[in-house]
Design a protein around this ligand. Structure first.
Ligand SMILES: *Cc1c(COP(=O)(O)O)cnc(C)c1O
Length: 430
């Protein structure tokens, strides 16, 4: 297919992709359904930037949806991959690298005494729920509206209207009988959780300690502590899905930030530094139930893959507490800048961050739940997204996604971003 002046290379490639992949993509949100228009096709990334196949440069705040805490193609990660790759890419036999990465994680998250590596966050959350069900001997689980835990059947469930309503499948192909075992409650609503947990024996309460999959929604004071207390009272396990927040919201993740300790944790994204790595772990007594030490079956051909382990190890090693603090400060400046832009323009903006994870809503705030998030001005967001993109800033193509910052986004990049976003807001309002 030849590109003409009316067809960009991105458009030509997407036309071929739509023939090959459902919606032209290999993961739905990439199709720009949330903002309209056509996605661009990326050619390469370096530091804070990505370039599309037509040569346009963007400052990237999606960062592969979170993993790239050091930015694109950081030399420390490339060097590690290069070295490991030459010794072979996969063995299906224990390697020293998986021990090294696990020790690194355990040191930063002391409540994780034992873990199991898998290849995606979906697998991590799904397996954590399986362990919780096995350990407690209970089938029901509880999740929160707006929280995403990957696409395993049990989690593709939306709330009914009342708090005690049984879950209804949110996707064809999920058996209603299975979805009925998944209860949902509004985020930040302890009363709703208490009502369900006291009447239904729950295997676990699964939560994103800060929601990042419905925009950025932090827990209100006492919410995570309350979940811990409800779990202790009712015998449910508390599972933190830290696939997004892990090594983002604090050096040691949400447990360090909030001082609340879960029974199990799911990790992903940053722990692979852009390669497919995820994990689930927790107390030894719980993780001992996993095969072959215990009876809960879970396996993976490419689990602990040496290339992926090397990517994660190089990333976590480079992400020192000092570096984390710098990225956190710059994220705070970005968010403060966004609030100031909103104030100058007279547009209500709720913007917030934790560590290097951030988000904004065109909503006066507070935003404490998915229900409140949905009341934001999503039409304005769509116009803002496109105006920003046309000017070289790539935000997540949905009003309901978090943003990320990397160590490669220097002060000058933040300043440039804020200039572009102020102009984008002016254009978006017109
Ligand atoms: C991204 C994400 C997942 C799913 O991870 P995949 O690697 O995409 O399967 C699960 N939970 C949370 C909180 C996530 O952000």
């Amino acid at each position: 297919m030849t590109a003409t002046w009316t067809t960009t290379r991105s458009q030509a490639l997407m036309a071929r992709a739509r023939d090959l992949f459902p919606g032209g993509v290999n993961s739905p949100v990439r199709a720009f359904g949330g903002v309209g228009g056509e996605p661009f096709v990326v050619a390469r990334g370096e530091g804070p930037y990505i370039w599309d196949v037509d040569g346009n440069r963007y400052i990237d705040y999606v960062l592969s949806w979170g993993p790239l805490v050091l930015g694109h193609a950081p030399p420390v990660v490339l060097d590690a991959l290069d070295e490991v790759m030459r010794r072979g890419t996969s063995f299906g036999i224990p390697t020293g690298l998986e021990v090294a990465l696990a020790e690194h994680i355990v040191e930063r998250m002391p409540h994780v005494e034992m873990l199991r590596f898998v290849s995606s966050g979906t697998e991590a959350a799904m397996s954590a729920a399986r362990v919780a069900r096995a350990v407690t001997g209970r089938d029901a689980i509880l999740k929160f509206e707006g929280c995403y835990h990957g696409h395993a059947d049990a989690f593709l469930v939306k709330a009914g209207s009342g708090v005690a309503t049984l879950g209804l499948p949110n996707s064809p192909g999920v058996p209603a009988a299975l979805a009925a075992l998944t209860y949902t409650a509004p985020f930040n609503d302890l009363d709703a959780v208490r009502t369900i947990a006291r009447t239904t024996p729950l295997a676990c309460i699964m939560v994103e300690p800060i929601i990042g999959n419905a925009g950025f929604i932090p827990p209100v004071a006492g919410f995570l502590e309350g979940l811990r207390a409800i779990c202790d009272e009712t015998g449910a396990l508390l599972v933190f899905d830290e696939v997004m927040t892990g090594f983002r919201v604090a050096y040691g993740g949400a447990t360090e930030r909030f001082g609340v300790t879960p029974d199990l944790v799911a990790l992903g994204k940053v722990i692979g530094g852009g390669l497919p790595v995820a994990a689930y772990g927790g107390r030894r007594e719980i993780m001992s139930h996993v095969a072959p030490q215990g009876a809960v079956y879970q396996a993976g051909t490419l689990s602990g893959n040496p290339l992926a382990m090397a990517g994660g190890l190089a990333t976590l090693t480079a992400l020192t507490p000092a570096l984390h603090a710098i990225v956190e400060r710059r994220t705070g400046e970005l968010v403060a800048g966004l609030r100031a832009i909103g104030a100058r323009a007279g547009v209500p903006i709720t913007a917030d961050h934790a560590g290097s994870m951030w988000g904004l809503f065109f909503h006066p705030g507070p935003v404490r739940s998915y229900e409140e998030a949905k009341q934001g001005d999503t039409a304005l967001f769509r116009r803002f997204f496109h105006a920003a993109r046309e000017r070289g800033v790539y935000l997540a193509p949905s009003a309901f996604e978090a943003g990320f910052m990397s160590a490669a986004h220097g002060d000058d990049v933040v300043t440039e971003t804020l200039g572009i976003l102020e102009e984008a807001l002016t254009v978006a309002r017109a």
